[in-house]
Write a protein that binds this ligand. Structure first.
Ligand code: ATP
Length: 362
């Protein structure tokens, strides 16, 4: 019999992470009632900057163990500008989790939501529907905590690209493109790099082209990162799946979120072969925390990605169906019911957006 009961590690974290998580759990409860056929058991897991301030530990080993044994991880946001490690770096357990659980594929869908005015005036901007896959365990971030400053004269951080991770990353990208093609999208993967300058990036591209040859039914092309910064603004509706190095993906995914209404609308999944974590692309947003105006949409769409991933992995159709319904409820709330969150100059706070989405699920 298929297991349709899932343990979800819930990590609200800091700032608006806590607020959007609370909203998300209410939506997930409504969704379980509506769809039936699957059950989510939440385990709340402490961690984050405020936890560090209170206990001296940003992410206890017991929290890591809870995340590791869960069927999926639902993450709000962690970090706070004024609370830092003694060396001045920010508290970011999400980066440690990506490395320790080998969550190599950072999947960031950039999809225009009906009713939310896109940043670009071109009417084709309403058709934006692409996915940025950011490698999340190596690249320039491999140097995190290891960079050196030599005698206050020179500083170095090193980019690391491995064949093993790149192959898995590209294969994941082609599998996603195939899945999207079945749903009517082009089924094309674009590798974004700087192969004309760096050996590491030329190697990244070489491995990409090898893996592209192993997926002959799907289109593959390459783009330099600087040209992509241009084209993501000039004609974002022409892209399908793009895959890139960690630091490049970090930057492009914020640019992508800007195209579709801002950080509040952008979901993400950090996916590995054995574990997966889902979180909105935004951070803890200290400037608006505690005011009840955070847009929970990115969190809701991340939860939809989690359900879709659980459904596919465990063969539970009810989860996949719930994912689809949740996306539709978000689209309906903004596209038909006139919901306008504060980040797009609307008057609806976190609770209003949540109520509207739950009403759609009733
Ligand atoms: P991090 O480095 O942790 O990603 P950050 O400081 O780069 O965080 P965010 O915390 O994502 O950035 O915030 C960037 C801006 O976007 C802030 O002005 C914030 O208020 C706004 N913002 C982020 N998320 C939301 C949201 N869900 N709703 C409304 N505004 C948001």
């Amino acid at each position: 019999m298929k297991n349709s009961s899932f343990r979800i590690a819930v990590l609200p974290g800091d700032g608006i992470g806590v607020e959007v998580m609370e909203a998300c759990l209410a939506v997930l409860d409504a969704l379980q009632k509506r769809v039936g056929g699957f059950a989510l058991a939440y385990e709340r897991v402490p961690g984050g900057a405020h936890h560090y301030r209170d206990t001296g530990d940003a992410f206890p080993e017991s929290s890591f163990a809870a995340a590791e044994r869960a069927d999926a991880i639902l993450f709000g946001a962690m970090g706070w500008p004024e609370i830092r490690y003694p060396d001045g770096t920010e508290i970011a357990p999400q980066l440690d989790l990506r490395f320790r659980l080998d969550l190599y594929a950072g999947v960031r869908p950039i999809r225009a939501i009906p009713g939310v005015a896109p940043a670009l005036a071109d009417p084709r901007a309403k058709d934006i529907d692409l996915v940025i896959i950011r490698e999340s365990t190596e690249g320039l971030f491999a140097s995190r905590g290891k960079g050196e400053v030599i005698a206050d004269r020179e500083a170095r951080d090193t980019m690391v690209i491995t064949r093993a991770t790149s192959e898995r990353l590209f294969d994941y990208s082609f599998r996603l493109a195939a899945q999207r093609r079945r749903a009517g999208r082009p089924g094309r993967v674009t590798c974004v790099d700087k192969a004309n300058v760096f050996r590491s990036m030329a190697f990244f591209r070489k491995v990409f082209l090898e893996r592209a040859a192993a997926h002959p039914g799907l289109a593959a092309d390459t783009h330099y990162i600087d040209a992509m910064a241009l084209d993501l603004v000039r004609k974002p509706w022409t892209f399908d799946v793009m895959v890139t190095e960690n630091q490049f993906g970090d930057i492009l995914s914020d640019l992508g979120a800007g195209l579709i209404g801002g950080m509040g609308f952008a979901p993400s999944g950090d996916i590995g072969d054995a574990h997966a974590m889902f979180q909105p692309s935004h951070g803890s947003a200290p400037d608006i925390a505690g005011r009840g105006i955070a847009n929970p949409t990115g969190m809701f769409l991340s939860a939809a990605m989690m359900l879709d991933w659980l459904g596919a992995r465990h063969g539970v159709g009810a989860c996949s169906e719930a994912a689809r319904l949740l996306e539709e409820a978000v689209d309906g709330a903004f596209g038909q019911d006139g919901v306008r969150s504060a980040d797009i100059a609307g008057r609806h706070g976190t609770a209003d957006v949540t109520r509207a989405v739950i009403a759609r699920l009733a």
